[in-house]
Design a protein. Sequence first.
Length: 465
Amino acid sequence: MEHSDNKVPQRDIDSQRDIMDMVAERSASLAAPPLAFVDTYGCQQNEADSEKIRGMLSKMGYGFTRDEAAADVIVINTCAVREHAEMRVLGNVGALTHTKKAKPSQIIALCGCMMQEPGMADKIKNSYRHVDIVFGPHVLWRFPEFLLQALTQKGRFFHTEPSDGVIAEGLPSMRDSGVKAWLPIMYGCNNFCSYCIVPYVRGRERSRAPEDVLREARELVDAGYKDITLLGQNVNSYGGGSGTDFADLMAMIDDIPGDFLIRFMTSHPKDATEKLFATMARSEKAARHLHLPFQSGSSRVLSAMNRRYTRERYLELIDMARGYMPDIVLTSDVIVGFPGETAEDLQETMSLVEKVRFDALFTFIYSKRPGTPAASMADVATRAEKQERFDRLLELQNAISEEKHAAYVGTLQRVLIDGSEGEYLTSRTSGGRLVRLHGEPSLIGTFQEAHITSSNTWALYGELE
Ligand code: SAH
Ligand code: SF4
Ligand code: F3S
């Protein structure tokens, strides 16, 4: 696969820029700047997309609010990965009938992964008649055009045609923080894990050109960002086998002068390489953190999940990563209650967790996604059984997280102060562990040394040197 597969032609991006200028003129003619509310569900990829939506809205003269009643435009960026997330979105969209009634000129737009699901656009068309614009992730770059349509024409606008996906360069982005930045390096997924909806709604895997990624990374460093997370559903297959692979890309970003951390999400074990671990170990800026989802500790379940690695291979990879970086922080994702999962399979998952001793674990109960292969697999365990397994796994992990965190007490850690939360400043270690401390807000965005004084399951507490 070529890096520049499916790149949106520059003239098409330019015409969206022209539309942004037109809308900006319109906004400037109003008595006060119009306000937008952008709400985001789902993963970091969606966060990054929302930053682009905000970037475009800002260019179009919009200010921002978190008050739905005050917003002239509401954009809800949705996630389809589990049923629970979808139910929350639909509940919140339903509640917007009230704000729309009070303010009939309000424009309500839904976008993101859920909108790309077969049947979803029709459901919105028929049952959520107060929604004006619906568009999928593939046409996000055309948002200015959709907004102009809704501002100037009567009707409702649906743009969810199926697509393998595109790469749109040169869109403005408005980032939440001045310290941490998401940097998408690739889009889509080709792995088709049997439980997962992402490949159906995000299209085929495609990588941004290394020069485009590097240019954006340099801009971020120049703008003072200190923590850059390279994003993709499976960053280990960056480049699609042509030229620059993920480890090469990481080394190139590492060469950018400056004091900053490089993180990445997510790695797939089937494509994780020794070269990547060696590159991380050598790198000055690579954070000492690896998020490597294992999903199940049972090779039988892994095969039914179409993950294409075994329990043994996963454990080998962990040993290899620790061989290169003994202090590496390891986190992972796991699914409990996959169709056909037995008590023995769960035991294998528990024993893998005990063996690896992850610093933290994201645990999910399997959610049936219509249209995926797992949706038609026999699923005999009851919800209560799954919940019981989930609780047991969580209890095991919480005990491990608590012990791992306790081991930090008394140590000195280099942390990046990234924000505040009530009376505390929040910061992260290179391994991504949360450290709460007291200090001046002016320290946000700086690296500091912190003495760790106490801990619990979820966080560390410290004092600045
Ligand atoms: N591309 C990333 C994950 C994206 S989804 C990867 O492969 O690691 C994030 C997590 O959600 C997955 O790792 C998985 O643990 C969980 N997940 C995905 N589909 C799910 C489903 N149908 N039910 C429950 N959890 C799911
Ligand atoms: Fe989903 Fe698997 Fe792709 Fe991750 S790698 S997005 S879990 S299909
Ligand atoms: Fe959700 Fe789409 Fe991310 S389904 S997890 S927002 S890629």
